[in-house]
Design a protein around this ligand. Structure first.
Ligand SMILES: [Zn+2]
Length: 346
């Protein structure tokens, strides 16, 4: 750990790992979603005056993957001062330079939360459940985003949990701890489920303070055990749906999965948390993310998936990429560059 980087606070660590009830935010932390919510809804314009333009963004983006209809759904976000960076092994000056090169503030970071919904014939497939109440008020917008596109949670037929972190599983339960996606089949990598529900999940390589790790593990277990006996425990390579490849992407967590959708000649690789920031993780793929359970494996997986995507010019989606999270990757020396997909011109 970089001695210049303050350790993650207990409350923050618990929240990220999904401990229920960690509701209040550190004063120094902000969320993109909370900022958006704080903006006033479009106020009625004075008679004869110009229309008010302020208000929340729509938060969904429709696109196609061949014959599949897909929608990117904004669930909120997480951020804070770069001094509390979740890249504790990254040299602060290098992280700041990567942010600056991407025309971002150099003293803070922001990670959006994105979910992916794909209609595959009769199946309505959701990759990850959003953060629900785990990240406090102003986040957990997924159900509202679904409503905006006319989808009820009970219409989702399959939820794939990429890994058991709070920003991905929190939305499985509502504020009363009742299931949200009541008719969906739930899928998780067997290795991921067994890691978190095993006797002693090892978080010693994360930057989560040692005294916060038991609480963080309890948070993950609470959500996984809420659906005891209902999980389909799967493995990479399993053929579950035509056009969906389940890809092993270990390191961020032991059973972290990526997902490749294919229809006709169109493909989309949802790399989930293989890279966490479109500037930092691509410019410095060698720097682990502080929540990586197996940092060396996470770096190797990042390079492997990004190398393949760069060589094959694969269209990408990422859980923490800038909304609507679509883009590409190209090699840049020993590192990478994330290329944001432009708004489609029809
Ligand atoms: Zn994540």
């Amino acid at each position: 750990m970089n001695p210049n980087t303050p350790a993650l606070s207990r409350r923050d660590a618990l929240r990220f790992l999904g401990l229920a009830g960690a509701a209040a935010f550190l004063p120094s932390l902000v969320t993109r979603a909370a900022a958006a919510d704080a903006a006033p809804a479009a106020a009625p314009a004075p008679a004869g005056g110009p229309p008010a333009l302020a208000g929340e963004q729509p938060g969904f983006f429709r696109f196609k993957i061949g014959a599949f209809d897909a929608v990117a759904l904004d669930d909120g976000g997480f951020g804070g001062p770069l001094a509390q960076s979740p890249w504790p092994q990254g040299e602060p000056a290098k992280l700041a330079a990567a942010l600056g090169a991407a025309f971002l503030p150099t003293d803070s970071f922001a990670l959006p939360f994105n979910n992916l919904l794909v209609q595959m014939g009769a199946e309505l497939v959701l990759i990850d459940a959003g953060c629900g109440t785990v990240f406090g008020p102003g986040n957990g917008k997924l159900v509202r985003r679904l409503a905006a596109i006319g989808v009820k949670p009970e219409q989702i037929t399959a939820v794939f949990l990429s890994h058991a972190h709070g920003d991905h599983f929190g939305g499985l339960l509502d504020e009363n701890k009742n299931p949200v996606f009541t008719r969906a089949q739930l899928f998780i990598h067997r290795r991921e489920f067994e890691f978190w529900t095993g006797s002693a999940p090892d978080l010693s390589q994360t930057f989560i303070p040692a005294d916060s790790r038991p609480g963080a593990i309890a948070g993950a277990q609470a959500y996984l055990n809420a659906f005891q006996g209902k999980w389909h425990l799967i493995a990479p390579g399993d053929k579950l749906l035509d056009g969906l490849e389940i890809i092993d992407a270990p390191g961020h967590t032991p059973g972290h999965l990526a997902f490749q959708f294919s229809s006709g000649s169109s493909q989309l690789l949802h790399f989930v948390d293989t890279a966490h920031h479109h500037a930092i993780s691509f410019a410095h793929p060698e720097v682990p993310f502080g929540y990586d359970v197996q940092p060396a494996e996470a770096v190797a997986t990042r390079r492997k998936l990004l190398d393949r995507a760069a060589a094959e010019r694969t269209r990408l989606f990422g859980a923490h990429m800038p909304f609507p999270a679509l883009g590409y990757v190209r090699r840049s020396g020993a590192a990478y560059e994330h290329v944001i997909e432009p708004w489609p011109a029809l």
